[in-house]
Write a protein that binds this ligand. Structure first.
Ligand code: MN
Ligand code: MN
Length: 466
């Protein structure tokens, strides 16, 4: 055998997926990306993702699990947890005791939340104070158009939905930054201190109420506008959840249209790809479960985060309604289950090549990325997938012709990260991280490759059909 032949036989063959893409699939891929872009433009917060996903699921025959007296194979159910997280399932033909196939992504994305007492006036300008949510580079959030999304809940329970800055007729908001002419001191600071957390104040008004003779008349004018529009007073901010998100739209990117630029692709890209894969699934052998979780970006805590026991309660409810539940069955089901922790991976960025290790990076256009482990500093905090399970997933993807790559998050000791993988792994589930590589992750505008988005959809579907 010649050296060339031997090399062909033994070496891995890293390549992008575009080269070998058939014409028919290319059309499907671009159509699919259009649906993805529309989904992102409809839903920028976890509440909006849950709302949109519920509509999509219901149109495909999913119903709230509470509406079922009992469950049969083929039944499609969902459970919504406080409007912020959601679980969906299609009951499989196999005995549920042999485990379920879970794919779990998260709907929350880094952003700026309003403080409970946000509104103030300074020198004739009205501002809203913010507290950032998740890992952001603060300077990236100044001088971009921002929209306000969320809810204000009055003491009587009345809930007012707020969304300002998305409609072309709406105003937008922005956080100002210092002009370079006067930024000598600021420019000397470390990048992470260039813009400080308490400087992230949203400019929302500059016009006084009436003749401006009363104190804080600009703040008064802003409150009057809010009162006329929503019937709220300043005190109502304390029981609100208002999130500032970039006002720009998800768009096709690149002269070749090969990429998507959008806010919140971490991790809405995995939510959309797993959700649509589930909605296209009929009569799986193994019960298929889709998780849309919340609070991943701040540690998965709280009753809508993955650390809560609400997911266990959902699976218990399925066991109850299948009429099979008994003591410890839930634990047994988890120990026999498999999961793809669907979360984005750092895409290799040649501009910042020094933080990546070339042989173990996720590259745009090479398909869905598997991360055997995440963590930081010697895999600390990682859920390290077992080799047997990695082999199983490889087999599923290779059999279905799904293009995938295996990577880790950056060079050793450069940094690190985590996902919800460890939470399910702690219950005994076999888990591996599996998602789409992203450029500019956690920035107001993130970039993905349409090829990878489509392979994620195909890969998730193949997992559930296996
Ligand atoms: Mn994520
Ligand atoms: Mn993230």
């Amino acid at each position: 055998m010649s050296a060339e032949e031997l090399k062909e036989k033994l070496f891995k063959k890293p390549s992008t997926g575009w080269e070998s893409l058939e014409e028919a699939r290319r059309t499907d891929l671009f159509n699919y990306a259009e649906g993805y872009i529309n989904y992102l433009n409809k839903s920028k917060t976890e509440r909006e993702i849950v709302k949109t996903s519920k509509e999509m699921a219901e149109s495909k025959g999913f119903r709230d699990i509470k509406d079922y007296e009992s469950l049969q194979p083929g039944d499609k159910v969902y459970y919504i947890n406080r409007e912020k997280s959601m679980y969906l399932a299609i009951i499989g033909e196999n005995n549920i005791e042999d485990g379920i196939n879970i794919i779990g992504a998260h709907a929350d994305s880094p952003r700026l939340d309003l403080k409970p007492n946000p509104l103030y006036e300074d020198t004739g300008l009205a501002y809203l104070k913010t507290h950032y949510y998740g890992g952001i580079k603060k300077y990236q959030w100044t001088t971009i158009p921002l929209a306000i999304h969320g809810v204000i809940v009055k003491p009587n329970g009345e809930k007012i939905e707020v969304k300002i800055g998305e409609d072309e007729a709406d105003p937008i908001f922005t956080i100002t930054d210092l002009l370079p002419h006067l930024a000598t001191e600021q420019m000397e600071r470390k990048l992470k201190e260039g813009v400080k957390g308490e400087d992230l104040n949203l400019l929302i008004g500059s016009m006084p109420y009436g003749d401006g003779k009363v104190q804080e008349s600009v703040k008064l004018n802003v409150l009057n506008i809010l009162n006329e529009k929503y019937g709220i007073t300043e005190m109502d901010f304390v029981s609100s959840e208002l999130e500032l998100v970039p006002a720009f739209k998800a768009r096709n990117m690149g002269l070749d249209n090969s990429m998507v630029s959008a806010y919140g692709q971490d991790d809405k890209v995995c939510v959309y790809t797993s959700l649509t894969a589930l909605l296209d699934l009929e009569n799986p052998k193994t019960t298929a479960v889709c998780i849309i979780s919340d609070k991943e970006e701040i540690g998965s805590m709280g009753n809508t985060g993955m650390e809560s026991h609400v997911f266990d309660t959902f699976i218990s409810e399925i066991l109850n309604k299948l009429g099979v539940n008994r003591p410890n069955l839930l634990d047994k089901v988890f120990c026999n289950s498999r999961m793809l922790s669907a979360d984005v991976d750092a895409g290799y960025d040649p501009i910042y090549a020094s933080v990546y290790e070339k042989n173990n990076s996720g590259y745009l256009g090479r398909g869905i990325g598997l991360n055997k482990y995440t963590g930081a500093r010697g895999k600390s905090g990682a859920s390290d997938a077992n080799a047997e399970f990695v082999a199983k997933i490889r087999n599923i993807f290779e059999t279905a012709g799904v293009k995938y790559e295996v990577a880790e998050l950056g060079r050793v000791d450069v940094g690190g990260g985590g996902t919800i993988a460890y939470i399910l792994a702690n219950k005994g589930v076999d888990v591996i991280d599996c998602g789409v590589p992203v450029l500019s992750m956690h920035a107001p505008y993130e970039v993905t490759s349409k090829f990878d988005v489509y392979e994620a959809y195909r890969g998730y579907g193949a997992f559930w059909r296996s």
